[in-house]
Write a protein that binds this ligand. Structure first.
Ligand SMILES: [Zn+2]
Length: 122
């Protein structure tokens, strides 16, 4: 009988049960999925909340050190605190991205202005 494994997509959080050995792409986003160390039988015996907690821990364990440090600085341990912190981080990154896009746009316009000064159109 083929052995079942739990795989997790670290990009979108999707998880699946698959037969081993298999290299699996996420059915939701197409990214490679990470096989988890927990046995499928053990995972399926967990409640929905316990499965969710386990998957969140796997995602956090795989997160960049800067993200883990941010979460540990805030001493968060519950899912809603983690989600709130991550939403705040996303908001800050969107603001930073907007500022950087404005800078690139300004630089692009400045370069074209200088080029037109050097080589004026006839
Ligand atoms: Zn995915």
């Amino acid at each position: 009988m083929p052995k079942l494994a739990v795989s997790l997509c670290l990009q979108c959080g999707c998880h699946t049960l698959t037969q081993l050995p298999s290299i699996l792409l996420c059915p939701r986003c197409g990214c490679p999925m990470k096989p988890l160390s927990i046995q499928a039988e053990t995972f399926m015996k967990l409640s929905g909340t316990e499965q969710d907690f386990f998957l969140v821990q796997e995602i956090l364990d795989s997160a960049p050190a800067s993200v883990r440090q941010t979460l540990s600085v805030h001493g968060s341990s519950s899912h809603h605190e983690v989600i709130a912190i991550l939403c705040h981080q996303v908001s800050l990154l969107k603001k930073e991205n907007s500022r950087l896009e404005d800078t690139v746009s300004w630089m692009h316009q400045t370069i074209w202005t200088l080029i037109h000064r050097i080589h004026p159109s006839p």
